[in-house]
Ligand binder design. Structure first.
Ligand SMILES: [Zn+2]
Ligand SMILES: [Zn+2]
Length: 141
């Protein structure tokens, strides 16, 4: 029994989604909300995004896949190109995509840096306290 609802469009597969010339002209490397689709045997529907592939430079549509497992790029969502399968990995730069889908966005390098430097500050701070205490003890002796 196919999923039926007024909000989405049924398509046989991703390749059969029509990308009009207007949409093609709009495609950029940043994914844009394209439409809501469902396919055979799906229980619901999902958002599709339009983006320009950085590899083959063609307009492509896909829904979010998860998750990557590539070292520092692991745990991220990605879109893959219809034409050449190149992955567009959604890092913290694409925070808005995560937020619009209700996912926790990955931490940005800036906030990671802040956390690191905050820890460093704390350890430098405690080192200073130890040095001051040692000096006080030495001075008293
Ligand atoms: Zn639907
Ligand atoms: Zn491509």
């Amino acid at each position: 029994m196919a999923h039926e609802c007024p909000r989405c469009t049924f398509v046989a597969n991703r390749e059969s989604i029509y990308i009009s010339p207007q949409w093609k002209a709009k495609a950029v490397y940043e994914p844009l909300t394209f439409g809501v689709y469902t396919m055979k045997d799906w229980v619901g529907h999902t958002n599709f995004y339009l983006f320009k592939c950085s590899e083959c430079q063609q307009a492509s549509v896909d829904y979010l896949h998860g998750y990557t497992s590539l070292g520092s790029l692991s745990g991220l969502l990605f879109l893959s190109c219809l034409h050449c399968n190149t992955k567009l990995v959604l890092d913290s730069h694409y925070k808005n995509v995560y937020e619009s889908e209700g996912f926790e966005p990955p931490p940005s390098p800036a906030s990671l840096f802040f956390k690191l430097s905050w820890k460093r500050l704390l350890s430098v701070g405690s080192l200073m306290v130890i040095i001051v205490l040692l000096l006080l003890i030495l001075l008293k002796l």
